[in-house]
Write a protein that binds this ligand. Sequence first.
Ligand code: NI
Ligand code: MN
Length: 226
Amino acid sequence: MKLRYFSHSAFQITTDSGQVLLIDPFLDNNPTSPVKSEEIEKTDFIILTHAHGDHIGDAFKIAERTNPTFIAVNELANYCAEKGFTAHNMHIGGAYNFSFGKVKFTIAHHGSQTPEGNYAGEPAGVLITADGKTIYHTGDTGLFYDMKLIGEMNSIDYMLLPIGDNFTMGIDDAVKAVEFVNPKVAIPMHYNTWPPIEADPNDFKSKVNKLGYESIVMNYGEVIEL
Ligand code: NI
Ligand code: MN
């Protein structure tokens, strides 16, 4: 399985069997992404954690060309379906086995509103298990104690979590989140896209390293083999 980081909270997963998943593909208006939506040639699934513009991003533009299935909580999946796309409705606490692997939605403490200003259901985090690895993309969230339970009940290989502060956890809360979840590797996201969320990912990395956790600060556009 390969993990590609575009910047912000946008990732691409390519499974060993060649299925392509996008998570929160915010590319074109994202000042830090070196990859733009027109460069995405294939997408089988798009997972959205919530409906804010910096997460829905270019999902619909990409979907028009590549015909993926959207995976999101019920209200947001309905919104994707209303726009004419294929969607698989789920909700927090529920898991489902897709052709590439398993998806389970978790809580996230945040908001969720469509670009038109409508309620889009609860924001979420997502656990993705494929090719024997489990990735926890927390979505946008503040720190919450139930992360401990998520860590207890799942063996998390890669935790992708925000460190940018202002809208989400900042570095110190994110370090505590890593302690709660106990992942093999922590990967920071949702930082340095704009001035209000400036944060030093290497500061995060050194703080989690000090506690004995591995962390990878992915470069924008970088692909790593999981
Ligand atoms: Ni948000
Ligand atoms: Mn966001």
